[in-house]
Structure formats: C-alpha cells, structure tokens
Ligand binder design. Structure first.
Ligand code: SAH
Length: 228
C-alpha cells in the first residue's frame, strides 16, 4: 500500500498518503506539503524524490520513507497542539537529510510561532548535509543543528515536548527519557534484529513514563558512540 503512494510531485505524494490514511493529522499533512522532499535526497535521486520509499544518503544513512515520516509526525503533532502554556521544543535525533527537522519546524510553527526544533547527528558530514538541505528551504536559521551523540540527547536545551529518533536504538536511551518534558512524547525505533517503533509518553508530573508499541519497523542502527 505504501508504495502506491508514490507520485511525480510533492503535493501528489502527500495527497496519496492522506488518501491512504498514512497521514491523518492535518497539521502533519500541511507540514509535509510545505517541505519539498527533492531538496533532501541526493542529487542523483531527485527523479525518485516523490517515491514512497527510503533512499540512501551515504554514510550508511537513509532518508526514511515518506510514510514513516508521516507516521512520526502524526504521533508528535497532537502533543504540540495540546501545549499552549509555553514555547515548544522538539529534538530530532539522527537528523540525516534534515527532512523531518524541516517538517517538524512547520508543524511547530502552525501551532505556535517561536517554538523551536533542534536537530543532531553524530557524523559531521551528515550535520553538514542537514544544514545544507535546510538552507534550500530557507530554514538554516530556524532549526538549530549540532554534531552530537544521540544516545545522550542535547541536555542544554531540554526539556523537549517531543523527541524523534531516526535510527534504531538497542535499548531505550535513559538520557532521552530524562530530557522529555512532562506530558512529552518520544517516537523511537527500538531493537536490533526485530525492531519496534515505540511511543514513549512522559507522565504529566514528569515522574514516570509509559511505552506503547506502534508497529514493526526497519531502521539503521543508532550507533554506540561512547560505550561506557
Ligand atoms: N531521519 C533522517 C535520517 C535517518 S538515517 C532522515 O530521514 O533523513 C539515521 C541517522 O541516524 C543517520 O543520519 C545516522 O548518522 C544517525 N545516527 C546513527 N547513530 C547516531 C548517534 N549515536 N547519534 C546521532 N545520530 C546517529
């Protein structure tokens, strides 16, 4: 079904995802329409940019399939919508192409001018790619990008209302759970061979969290940078 969402235009791709109910939240759908996926694939793959499939971006990384980005946005947007008391902050771990950081930025801005997206990857060439691709969309100032270990998150900017992890962790990284704001959510693939996409929700008083399995998935691994 996912493959059938492929199109020859960005608008067509998102429309097909909406029809297939693979993107359901209208804020998520609008965010995806505002980001041209062709700006986030390698130049040689521009003709395939609107296929609903992952594509290699080098360095053992891939830009996730559009229906996976859609699923992540659908899970994250409701939390942003509920948060009206202060500016929201969102962390994208394993930003790679930068596509989801861009889409998250637009999702945040639809709720709240001034909310902010932070994006990290552990490889400098990939954070350079994130920045370069965000610049094509005029978002180089809007999104904060840094080279750091995703297992550790970005404590200086915590707490985050939402965290997205774009690579599969062998276990749930404690620092990321700690960096979630009360009521915040994390979307993270967990597992080595059999991976599951988990939705982690921090309790309203911030003292505990629950996890819910969304679906089986296949992501590249979240690399252990500093195993101690
Ligand atoms: N979400 C991005 C990239 C997905 S590929 C997109 O859709 O384009 C997974 C990314 O996770 C890669 O860019 C890889 O470099 C990054 N990654 C792997 N291990 C990491 C770690 N320990 N910390 C931060 N990023 C990591």
């Amino acid at each position: 079904m996912a493959w059938q969402c492929s199109s020859r235009s960005n608008a067509g791709l998102v429309e097909n995802l909406r029809r297939a109910k693979l993107v359901q939240n209208v804020v998520a759908e609008t965010a995806m329409k505002l980001v041209d996926r062709a700006n986030f694939v390698l130049d040689k793959d521009r003709e395939r940019a609107y296929e609903d499939s992952p594509q290699s971006i080098g360095f053992d990384a891939t830009i996730s399939a559009p229906h996976m980005h859609a699923m992540a946005l659908d899970l994250i947007v409701p939390v942003l919508q509920a948060r009206q008391d202060r500016l929201v902050k969102v962390l994208d771990v394993g930003s790679g192409s930068g596509y989801l950081a861009a889409a998250l930025h637009h999702a945040v801005q639809q709720q709240q001018q001034g909310g902010k997206v932070f994006a990290i990857d552990y490889l400098e060439p990939l954070t350079e790619m994130t920045k370069r691709n965000l610049a094509k969309e005029g978002l180089q100032e809007a999104v904060a990008v840094d080279t750091r270990d995703g297992w550790k998150g970005w404590a200086e900017h915590a707490p985050f209302d939402a965290i997205h992890v774009g690579a599969a962790a062998s276990m749930l990284p404690d620092p990321l759970v700690q960096q979630l704001a009360p009521g915040g959510v994390m979307v993270i693939p967990v597992g080595v061979f059999d991976q599951e996409l988990l939705l982690v929700t921090k309790s309203q008083d911030g003292s505990s969290h629950t996890t819910k399995s969304i679906t089986g998935v296949r992501y590249v691994p979240l690399i252990p940078v500093d195993p101690e």
